[in-house]
Design a protein around this ligand. Structure first.
Ligand code: UDP
Length: 254
């Protein structure tokens, strides 16, 4: 991380996964510094499902460890940090960071590329962000696919558009593995996996209302509205159990 944009708090290790203790403002500042610096930078929007997937999948674990920024997208990570005697200042979700990034991008002339989601959704997201941020420069939109067979064509397409920021909505861990594998060839300074952010922004997938998020039950809302996720959401009780078995940092101090 660059001097001047170092987050106030140190990163937190949660079950072996480094989660960066940043606020939305710090995340945007880092993105700005990386766009100036150029060179590829990867951002992951982690939640407990990520952390549990990283326990089983060493490749995904390595990708998260190598990411330049790993933000706490899920409230479960804030709980785990507290439980382990550490602090994450706030939840930083891909769904909320995307419009903030678009706002900053329109002020500073950054060009965004929206990749992923069902056909038409990235395009609708781009139109929405443009309507909210006059002057926003969209370098391109493409539904694409995380399939390896299509990767080289997609990499060429994105690289030719020369965006400053690439948002990839393929879902985790596919989007994060894809960015890690192709980041060097893409030549984009900032690449972020954003999961269902485009779906949330255009309303294809309803996001939990603000009050449900406030009482930390977004995971329950998702389980009820997207019941097919139940198997993935089994990661949540496993995550809680694994964190409860970890020693707290404060307890391990002499
Ligand atoms: N998706 C995609 N291609 C695929 C699989 C998924 O573009 O082959 C998109 C899907 O349309 C959705 C997003 O990836 O927009 C995944 O959203 P989800 O809410 O599942 O994100 P996660 O919880 O995995 O971060």
């Amino acid at each position: 991380m660059q001097p001047g944009v170092t987050p106030a708090l140190p990163p937190v290790q949660i079950l072996g996964v480094r989660v960066d203790a940043v606020t939305y403002d710090e995340a945007i500042d880092l993105i700005g510094s990386w766009i100036q610096q150029r060179g590829p930078h990867q951002i992951a929007t982690a939640n407990p499902e990520f952390v549990m997937a990283a326990q089983r999948d060493p490749g995904f674990r390595r990708v998260l460890a190598a990411a330049d920024l790993c933000v706490a997208d899920g409230v479960g990570l804030l709980w785990a940090a507290r439980r382990l005697g550490a602090t994450l200042p706030e939840r930083v979700t891909g769904s909320d960071l995307t419009p903030l990034l678009a706002q900053e991008a329109s002020r500073r002339g950054w060009r965004l590329y929206l990749l992923g989601a069902a056909p038409g959704v990235a395009e609708q997201t781009a139109r929405l962000l443009e309507a909210q941020n006059p002057g926003l420069r969209i370098a391109g939109v493409y539904a694409g696919s995380p399939a390896e067979a299509e990767a080289s064509a997609i990499v060429q397409r994105v690289a030719a558009a020369r965006p400053d920021v690439l948002l990839v909505a393929y879902g985790a861990p596919a989007q994060d593995l894809w960015i890690a594998r192709h980041g060097a060839a893409l030549g984009v300074p900032v690449m972020m996996g954003v999961g269902g952010a485009f779906d949330h922004l255009v309303g294809v997938q309803r996001r939990a209302p603000a009050w449900v998020q406030r009482v930390h039950l977004e995971w329950l809302f998702r389980l009820v509205t997207q019941p097919w996720r139940w198997r993935r959401q089994l990661a949540l009780p496993r995550f809680v159990w694994a964190v409860l078995r970890q020693p707290r940092a404060v307890e391990t101090r002499p």
